[in-house]
Design a protein around this ligand. Structure first.
Ligand SMILES: NC(=O)C1=CN([C@@H]2O[C@H](COP(=O)(O)OP(=O)(O)OC[C@H]3O[C@@H](n4cnc5c(N)ncnc54)[C@H](O)[C@@H]3O)[C@@H](O)[C@H]2O)C=CC1
Ligand SMILES: O=C([O-])CC(=O)C(=O)O
Length: 339
């Protein structure tokens, strides 16, 4: 009895103790009623730095919003549907937008197999963001991320509001996996940078940055493979019922929290898939690497660590042509489907 009251009181204290909750971050989630959208929205509702949470989905959003709105944290939750200009209303005045809208994989599919459906969804949502919250930080979760971020960038360019600091493809799940898989070997939870992109062999975990990880070449190769194909592991285990949702919600909530803390003036480093000049000389315009986040979004692209291994360099070289072709596919799509 005493214990449960204490827990209840500490929950309330956490929810109402922060003044930041009154003038905290205004966040929208597009695709909020989906497998990722629901737990992601739950985690955001429980983040004391978020004061307003606008949830938008083409289906079932009022129910999700009503459910979350009963949680006793200070954050105000509102649900929006396509009717009555719901997308516009969800976006006006927000500073951060997370986009997990779109179909997930089934066993036997690649992320690129989702392109035909998700490209149109992301184009529509990016168009609305460019119109109604052009200065917000946009975090794209929908797959294939390697093409979806270039689609959003192209939409913003066409609208004349492109700012590469404000658009990011969310690759945090790759970092979360790499960190967890390394922990299984070392017993230490570390930040493992993951560069390249977010599909198969475009995912390049830099395990060289974890000195505690003392393993042989074969074990390292299998660790890298597991990180690159972690998504497939979940898709197969779910056997037709979708892809990673809970770990993705965790990762998306972490990336959003990092972005919000950076907006509030903290120095935060994450990895993200962005419009980047790191390998522009090789024709790669979109590349994930470590970035410093700040009040203006992705404020600085950090150089690759100087001590990465020859195997990691080779893996990056394998990723490059795939990244070019995924980005071109997105850009071509927008050219053909101008709105
Ligand atoms: N970046 C990453 O690391 C990861 C990305 N994903 C991707 O995230 C996406 C979503 O996955 P799940 O949540 O599992 O799928 P889901 O099917 O459970 O949910 C998707 C939601 O999007 C909504 N939606 C569809 N069209 C929409 C539109 N035009 N506007 C607003 N909402 C719309 C649907 O109604 C649904 O509620 C997939 O493309 C998946 O591949 C999944 C895991 C990791
Ligand atoms: O594998 C998928 O389709 C979903 C995803 O991006 C991931 O889990 O990394």
């Amino acid at each position: 009895m005493f214990v449960s009251r204490r827990i209840f009181q500490s929950g309330l204290a956490r929810a109402f103790s922060t003044t930041a909750s009154n003038n905290g971050a205004k966040v929208a989630v597009l695709g909020a009623a989906g497998g990722i959208g629901q737990p992601l929205s739950l985690l955001l509702k429980n983040n004391p730095l978020v004061s307003k949470l606008n949830l938008y989905d083409v289906a079932n959003c009022p129910g999700v919003a009503a459910d979350l709105s009963h949680i006793n944290s200070a954050c105000e939750v509102t649900g929006f549907s396509p009717e009555n200009d719901g997308l516009k209303q969800a976006l006006e005045g927000v500073e951060h937008v997370l986009i997990p809208a779109g179909v997930p994989r089934k066993p036997g599919m690649t992320r690129d197999d989702l392109f035909d459906i998700n490209a149109g969804i992301v184009q529509t949502l990016a168009t609305a963001c460019a119109e109604f919250c052009p200065d917000a930080n946009i975090m794209i979760i929908s797959n294939p991320v390697n093409s979806m971020l270039p689609i959003a960038a192209e939409v913003y360019r066409n609208k004349g509001v492109f700012n590469p600091k404000r658009l990011a493809g969310v690759t945090t799940l790759d970092l979360v996996r790499a960190s967890r898989f390394a922990y299984e070997k070392t017993g230490k939870l570390k930040f493992v940078p993951v560069v390249g992109g977010h599909a198969g062999t475009t995912i390049v975990p830099l395990y060289s940055q974890i000195p505690e990880l003392q393993i042989g070449a074969e074990e390292l190769a299998s660790l890298v493979h597991r990180t690159q194909f972690g998504g497939d592991e979940v898709v197969q285990a779910k056997a037709g019922k979708g892809s990673a949702t809970l770990s993705m919600a965790f990762a998306g909530a972490r990336f959003a929290d990092s972005m919000i803390r950076a907006t509030n003036g903290e120095d935060v480093v994450e990895c993200a898939f962005i419009n980047s000049d790191v390998f522009a000389a090789d024709g790669v315009d979109y590349f994930a690497s470590s970035v410093k986040l700040g009040p203006k979004g992705v404020e600085e692209i950090l150089p690759l660590p100087s001590n990465i291994t020859a195997l990691e360099v080779e893996a990056i070289n394998i990723a490059k042509p795939q990244l070019i072709s995924a980005a071109n596919k997105g850009i071509e799509f927008v050219k053909k489907n101008q709105k």
